[in-house]
Design a protein around this ligand. Structure first.
Ligand code: ZN
Length: 368
């Protein structure tokens, strides 16, 4: 759902599944969520019929349609009209616009509907109270405090008085939303490229290399694919914590839109290409978050030729790359293939260009 677009603030969400909430409360919340979903779908249909892609606050007569039709409060109608409108607005930039289908059951509830408060008792440290305006008034959901949440709060993040209520595979959840002021961008440090193919982990052009055991880890997972992604996620999170960001000012990575899904296929036999693409996407999003809180800029570049170009002499040739090894047929420079690619990404960052296609000729000089 649309995040608040305040450029001065960073935002994160923290998901809590309500498995332990008593059944009565769960039923009330599920019924409320279904109702919100129906009303939102009604507004999606309405805005779609009107071909209204502005995603603006609904005028009163539009909002009142749900008051009449569903008996909802004006406030709830207004909030759901806005969220339905934003779903339709998400099609604005598409050339072929398609009517969005609301598959996800999730609703954003502002401070009119809920409050998020400290709560003492039985290991719960937070409580989401539903306060009315159309939400189930008087219902309280205790939220257990956990280490990751406490760490965020100790680190200067604040809980917002807005939540998301949703359901996934039949399980109710609440997303607590955190925000923190964005740090000033770093001015000291290096421009560093990062490449990865999961055989060698994450390889940085300043010489750092983390996550080298991932390949073996994934091979070990091959027989029980079910838990793979969750375990890789937590493992990747640990690996990224080992990176020393202190000397980095700009991190340059591949633009995912340009990464062909087959390119990272070193696991094609046991794992589909989708997984290796997913891995890269997940690593990139983790890096992006880490960099954001440290004031490090992340640049995404076209990966075209970054694995075939020799960073030492600037020439490229497809024969240069042989699996993990890089050996330049022009200048005989030998290197690790991923390190060479990370140096090329660094080059693009230093040169301030999006990709090697944009250079006038296939010969481009190195910075060194
Ligand atoms: Zn060379």
């Amino acid at each position: 759902m649309a995040a608040r677009r305040d450029k001065g603030m960073m935002s994160r969400s923290y998901r809590v599944y309500l498995n332990d909430l008593n059944q009565g409360k769960q039923e009330v919340l599920k019924a409320f969520l279904h109702r919100c979903h129906d009303i939102m779908q009604y507004f999606v249909d309405l805005y779609w019929r009107r071909q209204d892609f502005r995603g603006k606050l609904a005028d009163l007569s539009t909002a009142h349609r749900a008051v009449k039709r569903f008996g909802a409060t004006t406030r709830l109608s207004q909030a759901l009209a806005k969220q339905g409108g934003e779903v339709v607005a998400s099609q604005r930039k598409r050339i072929k616009k398609r009517k969005p289908n609301l598959q996800r059951q999730v609703v954003t509830l502002f401070y009119h509907f809920v409050s998020v408060e400290p709560f003492r008792g039985n290991g719960f440290n937070w409580a989401v109270r539903f306060t009315g305006s159309g939400a189930p008034k008087g219902l309280t959901v205790p939220i257990p405090s956990t280490k990751p949440l406490n760490e965020k709060l100790a680190d200067g993040w604040n809980l917002r008085q807005t939540i998301r209520l949703g359901m996934r595979k039949g399980r109710l959840f609440i997303d607590l939303l955190l925000e923190k002021k964005r740090p000033t961008p770093k001015t000291e440090g290096r421009v560093v490229g990062m490449d990865s193919n999961y055989k060698n982990g994450l390889v940085f052009s300043d010489g750092q290399n983390v996550g080298t055991e991932l390949y073996h880890l994934i091979q070990g997972f091959a027989k029980r694919q079910k838990h793979t992604r969750a375990e890789i996620k937590s493992w990747l999170g640990q690996a990224i914590k080992q990176i020393d960001f202190s000397q980095i000012k700009v991190l340059v990575i591949e633009d995912l839109k340009k990464v062909k899904s087959g390119k990272r296929g070193t696991f094609s036999r046991r794992f589909n290409r989708r997984l290796s693409h997913w891995l890269y996407a997940y690593a990139a999003s983790l890096l992006q978050r880490h960099c954001e809180v440290k004031g490090i800029e992340v640049q995404r570049k076209d990966p075209w030729k970054t694995s075939q170009r020799c960073y030492a002499c600037g020439k490229w040739d497809r024969r240069n790359r042989r699996g993990d090894r890089f050996l330049c047929v022009n200048c005989n420079h030998a290197d690790h293939a991923d390190f060479n690619a990370s140096k090329n990404l660094e080059y693009l960052g230093l040169a301030g260009i999006y990709g090697f296609r944009l250079l006038p000729s296939s010969r481009c000089q190195s910075f060194e």
